[in-house]
Design a protein around this ligand. Sequence first.
Ligand SMILES: Nc1ncnc2c1ncn2[C@@H]1O[C@H](COP(=O)(O)OP(=O)(O)O)[C@@H](O)[C@H]1O
Ligand SMILES: [Mg+2]
Length: 512
Amino acid sequence: MTDDPEAFAAGWAEAARSRVAAAKVGPQTRQIGRVEEVADGIAMISGLPEARLDELLAFADGRFGFAQVLEEDRVGCVLLDDLSGIEAGDVVSGTGDVVRVPVGEGLLGRVVDPLGRPLDGKGPIAAETRMPIERPAPAIVERDAVTRPVQTGILVLDTLFALGRGQRELIIGDRATGKTTVAIDAIISQTASDIISVYVAIGQKSASTRRAIEAIRAHGVPERTIVVVASPADAPGLQWIAPFAGFTMAEYFRDRGQHALVVLDDLSKHAATHREIALLTRQSPGREAYPGDVFYLHARLLERAAMLSAEMGGGSLTALPIAETDAGNLSAYIPTNLISITDGQIVLDSRLFNEGQKPAVDVGTSVSRVGGKTQAHALREAAETMRLDYAQFLELEMFTRFGGLSDQRVKARLTRGERIRAILSQRPYHPFRLVEEVALVTAVQAGLADALPAEKIGDLRQAIAGGIDRAAPEAVRQIEAEGTLDEAGHKALRDALAVMIGRSAPPPEADR
Ligand SMILES: Nc1ncnc2c1ncn2[C@@H]1O[C@H](COP(=O)(O)OP(=O)(O)O)[C@@H](O)[C@H]1O
Ligand SMILES: [Mg+2]
């Protein structure tokens, strides 16, 4: 700065001249559309011939929607807010942008709506940046094989249907068969890992969403979890974008070399919203009245789950979409679509659930196509024959229900099978650690628990969970550090288990 007022004024004048020269003058054009009709969260708009698919459209009063259907002379706009007050004749303009959500560390520990607006009363979200909700899936060359596990802490999953990072595993079953609970358990289990979780509730009853949030707060690590809620009362547009928004929030971590797990609860509701929007915008209905693109909708969403290659940072995004069936019918339209899109499915069965087998995983129809390779060696070894033993037991049980067949070998199989079934049931929100899983499976598969009455297995579980670290410290160290056990480790573990079981088993004469 100078003290000379004249030079100072000249400087200002110069600056002003260059700004005037740089300013764009002349006519500015902006396309203005008008609402023709509005109902049920959809506005049909005319006068926006250049609107693009998914373009964010702004209403005069500051509310937004996005272009979902482009007709010759009209645009079908899905509103992201409730439509009260929007009327035919209202002015709408294109924004040239798509729907974006805030992303970043600032979302961790928060409960937000699908646009990233806080629902937890903890003040505004400190977002790093805003990213589009629709983003391309990583290309094949950017991906790597699924090689690292996701520990769900649910014994039946970790032993028989192991999950890998980057995998897409469908959780499917009738209502109230424990789908949400399985997914929340998987999130809670990440307390012991570096995985960041995103739970997306789409059109779920508030009681269910509330229970999920409370379980995460009480048993998980809320500060490494994001909860996205689109309630049934929200605009269909908001419910429609929810899973896409959840993926975008999780991709922020995937793309920085971190690891994320997304639960979509559930895509049946999402498909129903998609159908509702399609019918309201008069797209032609196909099978079960869903529009023809519902497969593409969920395929392009779930393709964004990936294990990235080292060049891309080595991050991962694992997806656990949930689907609800009707009377166990897996061959309905949406379930078959989702089964073919994902890398396997965990089938929850209402009959098992009502018999008290919880989690009610149907071992016969569930499958995990890529995660098996990622299973810790110690667990794979311990559980090697468990699946076969259990399947044979279920069959035998059905036969022997009608009496007869009391030969020694059959009895031994039944004994073993009952104990497998007993360790596979698990109460909610108490995921196991890997070492506990190895110990439990070893106890049963090495025959140590055969002498224990089946109803005592619960106590054994308690004893192992509470005491294995002290009873077999070297084996625990090996499993935790290397995921495998050497000869000495095996022996130490079996000896420790035999002592624990001896303590909880009744003395032989008490049996008589
Ligand atoms: N492993 C379990 N043990 C005991 N109760 C369970 C278990 N899993 C689920 N439940 C109970 O069953 C009910 C339905 O579970 P939920 O996960 O909400 O089912 P869905 O999501 O399939 O409708 C809930 O009350 C839940 O607490
Ligand atoms: Mg549920």
